[in-house]
Design a protein around this ligand. Structure first.
Ligand code: UGA
Length: 456
């Protein structure tokens, strides 16, 4: 199938490379010329596990362009995967989606049979909006034509986006006609039947089950995306709310999470207590769904509480440091990890940034180390008065306390008892509950996790 994907962020690029790998003929369009040139040169501009290898293996089937002049009106599917940033008040900025819709509308012809697909996370009604814009543009050129716009939300975790593309739990397609439905079913057939040879860099897990297909209306598909992200965010806030109570009553939240997660109705994933969620999705999507609900004069107290609990977790870290060190003015605090989660250099809504700002406001000296996100941090936060360490080892030097913020694999195996000897005070706050508290305590370290009994 001939597919045009617009937007080369982690969704567009991973979707494009996976579909090319499956044998479709992909054109990836992004108006960012520099990014396109880099992609043409074989450079992979984002950190995604397995992406470089899959792109290399499928290069015959994928071409990159920054020009709408290359638009082929015979294309079977156009996938819109451009950014949909938050306007700051919860509302979603659809400017980029609308520009794409207009550009497509300006180029489709009488004979085009393309199905347009919204993959970007967009507010309810966006499929209709895109359809209206395209049809309006066609009409300007005297073409009266019914355009099919489907909603096909993605459920890709950044860093694991290719894995989630190749081995999804479900594929949701929101369509109005059988034509659009069958077009999307053929696009995803190799995934639905798992008939493809697994890429070497993204192996098929043993016993993987075939993905379910949900065919529904565009509006339901749009709402599924927001409900999924709100629910996942709520699950994390739920466990974090219990983590704070666990501290008060002297229970260990990691045991509590295990104890509830084994109930299949609850499920064990996304019950990792810590400093809460960040990233470009949960914060934006929970705010967006509240904005939508508000337009209907409808309250969503669960979503509101999910957000409130999440951001309180970031303050919890500072309270824990205050509890141990009393005065933070003049204290040196080491921050282990900047990215909002491991295996990415993404700093959007990263808890690290709020925590660092809070510490600086209280007069602390902040040192930081992250295996890959330091360059982004330097460029994006020039005002941030942080000393960047060259290594985790260097970070510990002279610290009154170290906070583990991102659970990078390499941080799980650091020689903590040795490193603690470099500190002024052997205090480690484990913001992700990933360290062996007994081992650390045995070596004389004051260990504080999130909701792990007594003082945490
Ligand atoms: C999330 C969803 O997981 C994807 O399904 C969705 O497609 C994507 O948003 C999106 O809307 O595009 P992502 O933001 O990449 O993906 O990251 P996650 O792996 O879901 O983690 C989100 C945050 O939750 C991270 O900060 C992580 O540290 C935190 N988290 C996750 C916890 O604090 N506890 C947990 O148990 C799990």
């Amino acid at each position: 199938m001939k597919v045009l994907i617009v937007g080369s962020g982690y969704v567009g690029l991973t979707t494009g490379s996976a579909l090319a790998y499956l044998g479709h003929e992909i054109t990836l369009l992004d108006i960012n010329e520099d990014r396109i040139l880099r992609l043409r040169d074989g450079e992979v501009p984002i950190h995604e596990r397995g992406l470089a290898e899959v792109l290399e293996e499928s290069k015959e089937n994928i071409q990159f362009t920054s020009s709408w002049e290359d638009f082929n009106s015979n294309v079977d599917i156009v996938i819109i995967a451009v950014g949909t940033p938050n306007k700051g008040n919860g509302d979603v900025d659809l400017t980029y989606v609308e520009i794409v819709a207009k550009s497509v509308g300006e180029r489709l012809t009488e004979n085009s049979h393309a199905v347009i697909v919204n993959k970007s996370t967009v507010p309810i009604g966006s499929a209709k909006r895109v359809k209206t814009i395209i049809e309006h543009e066609l009409k300007k050129r005297g073409i009266v034509k019914n355009i099919e716009v489907a909603s096909n939300p993605e459920f890709l975790r950044e860093g694991e986006a290719l894995y989630d593309t190749f081995y999804p739990d479900r594929i949701v397609i929101g369509v109005e006609t059988d034509t659009a439905k069958h077009r999307l079913l053929s696009l995803y057939q190799p995934l639905l039947e798992q008939t493809f040879t697994a890429p070497r860099s993204v192996k098929r897990p043993d016993g993987v089950s075939l993905p379910s297909i949900i065919t529904t209306s565009p509006t339901s598909a749009e709402l599924i995306k927001y409900a999924a992200n709100s629910f996942l965010a709520m699950k994390i806030s739920f466990v974090n709310e219990f983590a704070s109570l666990a501290e008060l009553v002297g229970a260990d939240i990691t045991e509590v999470a295990k104890g509830i997660g084994l109930d299949k109705r609850i499920g064990s994933r996304f019950l990792q207590a810590g400093i809460g969620w960040g990233g470009s999705c949960f914060g934006k999507d929970t705010a967006a769904i509240l904005y939508t609900a508000n337009q209907y004069n409808y309250d969503m107290p669960l979503v509101q509480a999910t957000i409130k609990t999440n951001y309180k977790q970031r303050e919890t870290i500072i309270r824990k440091l205050q509890l141990e060190l009393k005065v933070l003015r003049g204290a040196t605090i080491g921050v282990l990890g900047l990215a909002f989660k491991p295996n990415t250099d993404d700093l959007r809504d990263a808890p690290s940034l709020d925590i660092i700002r809070g510490l600086i406001e209280l007069g602390a000296i902040v040192k930081a180390f992250d295996p890959i996100a330091m360059t982004n941090c330097r460029v994006q936060n020039r005002d941030l008065d942080v000393q960047y360490a060259q290594s985790a080892q260097e970070l510990f030097e002279g610290c009154d306390g170290v906070v583990l913020i991102t659970e990078w694999e390499e941080f799980l195996h650091l020689p903590y008892s040795k490193l603690a000897k470099r500190m002024k005070k052997k205090l480690i706050i484990d913001g992700r509950n990933v360290l062996d508290k007994e081992a650390l305590r045995k070596s004389g370290i004051i260990y504080r996790g999130i909701g792990r009994g007594e003082t945490g």
